[in-house]
Design a protein. Structure first.
Length: 511
């Protein structure tokens, strides 16, 4: 390659034509070598199954899904559970995969294979599917892949792992639903006990402060108004009874005075005076006369008569003008009627006085309740807030528990989100590794790279002069004349002249 010269596309094409063999031979040899090298690796077979993720059959507007975890995280968790020692050991025993080695080693080989070749391969939804299923899972399904040294083993293990994933999904969803229901049931019981306690506190408070609660003030004021009206009525009745008694007492005093004046001779005081006078007279007579004296006998008879009258008066109760409360059997009917009326008035006054005292006590009680109402109202509001909070919490938990029970029943009936086997594990027809065409393609790429590099290296080291631009670049002198290259066939055809004439012309020019 001549230095200090700008290369054109024609130059590069000329280089490619000159070095075509140098490029193609390494490419062909390398691709053939890559194809042959692929036979040096042990073949590996991959079996694949397709699981479809179906949304729940009951609309979410009626029953919300119980499992809200992202599907990718959930399947990743399921994968770890399926690949656990506890899950893989029964599978290894069932399929007889140990083959002269321990079960633990076979399990480790399966895990190592899954680590090198991922078990789960997601199926990406297309844009049309996302438009027709807004709000649904972005992943409509996933592949389960497993690679083994022979196709039968790959298919068996892939089938078992697929079945374990499906079973683990059902088990996990049902366990989550049931555990949620059990947890909510316990919380509902606790909330119910707390609500009952609040209810008992509220009932005790209402019983203790009855009539002082918010809303009872109007009723208390009405009761006070009624009690005051009754108190006024009893007060008026008491005043009337006292006035009537005073009037009847005055009438009784007048009647007794009139009756007493008519019964003066029978007055015990007069009789006592007469008795004293007679006894004094008797003593004087006995001092002068004997007991047989007529005056002495007559005085004794008079004393006996006065004593008899006095005894009769004391037995029947002589009228006493100073005492109008008690009467005697000899009193007139008018006086007895007045005494009966006064007695009735006394009973009415006593009854009215008791009722008045009772009403006054009740009025004082209700007035005390009204004075305590602000403090009671504050306590009542605090209790009501606690009660309403407990009630709302209980209702929310009860609604969630009922919804969780529906979700659990939906999962048991397999009406929720399901994973169904769309394509079972296929028996692989060709090995997934090594990919012989890929090896050949890799060899071809390596050969082309090597050939191109070799061609470039050869061109860089080539200093041959092939055209006038090479001459100009090499000599760095102006060109005086330029003659085109004329080969023999061309010279024979030029202008229809014979070749000898053309050669003669060329010799003259050179001459």
């Amino acid at each position: 390659m001549i230095e200090n010269r700008e290369l054109s596309v024609d130059d590069y094409l000329a280089m490619l034509r000159r070095r075509l063999k140098v490029i193609l031979i390494p490419a062909v040899v390398a691709s053939l070598a890559g194809f042959l090298i692929s036979y040096a690796f042990a073949p590996r077979y991959t079996s694949q199954s397709l699981i479809l993720v179906e949304t729940q059959k009951v609309p979410e507007g009626y029953v919300q899904p119980v499992v809200t975890e992202d599907i990718t995280q959930r399947i990743a968790t399921m994968e770890q559970q399926v690949l656990s020692q506890k899950q893989l050991e029964p599978m290894v025993d069932r399929l007889g995969l140990a083959k002269g080695k321990s079960v633990a080693e076979a399990v480790d080989e399966i895990r190592e294979e899954v680590r090198k070749n991922p078990l789960i391969e997601w199926v990406s939804p297309d844009a049309a599917l996302k438009q027709h299923r807004p709000g649904q899972n972005d992943i409509p399904g996933f592949y389960v892949n497993y690679t083994a040294s022979n196709p039968q083993e790959a298919q068996q293990i892939c089938t078992e792992l697929t079945s374990m994933l499906l079973a683990e999904n059902l088990k996990t969803r049902e366990q989550v639903a049931q555990s949620t229901t059990d947890f909510l049931a316990r919380q509902v019981d606790l909330a119910k006990r707390d609500l009952d306690n609040q209810d008992a506190k509220m009932a005790t408070f209402k019983k203790q402060y009855m009539g002082q609660l918010p809303g009872d003030e109007d009723n208390t004021m009405k009761l006070l108004a009624g009690l005051n009206s009754q108190l006024d009525a009893y007060t008026q009745a008491l005043n009337r009874a006292e006035q009537d008694r005073a009037y009847a007492q005055s009438l009784l005093s007048q009647q007794l005075s009139a009756w007493s004046s008519s019964q003066t001779s029978m007055n015990p005081e007069n009789l006592q005076k007469q008795l004293a006078d007679l006894q004094t007279q008797l003593i004087g007579l006995q001092a002068r006369y004997t007991d047989d004296h007529p005056d002495v006998v007559k005085t004794k008879n008079d004393i006996a008569e006065v004593k008899r009258k006095l005894a009769e008066t004391n037995s029947v109760g002589a009228p006493d003008g100073g005492n109008t409360d008690k009467g005697s059997a000899s009193e007139p009917a008018e006086i007895k009627q007045l005494r009966l009326q006064i007695h009735q008035y006394d009973q009415s006054i006593a009854q009215a006085t008791r009722e008045q005292k009772l009403l006054q006590d009740q009025i004082h009680t209700y007035q005390g309740k009204l004075s305590l109402s602000p403090g009671v109202e504050e306590q009542y509001k605090a209790l009501m807030r606690d009660y309403e909070t407990a009630q709302k919490f209980y209702n929310d938990l009860l609604a969630k528990k009922n919804e969780s029970e529906m979700q659990t029943d939906m999962e048991r009936r397999q009406q929720g989100e399901q994973m169904s086997l769309l394509n079972p594990a296929n028996p692989p027809d060709a090995p997934s590794f090594p990919n012989r065409l890929l090896f050949a393609g890799g060899g071809l790429a390596a050969g082309l790279t090597f050939g191109l590099g070799l061609a470039v290296w050869l061109e860089v080291r080539d200093k041959a002069i092939r055209d006038e631009r090479d001459v100009l670049a090499a000599l760095e002198m102006p060109v005086l004349v330029s003659l085109p290259w004329i080969d023999e066939p061309t010279s024979k055809r030029e202008n229809g002249r014979p070749p000898e004439a053309v050669e003669q012309e060329i010799a003259e020019v050179n001459g």
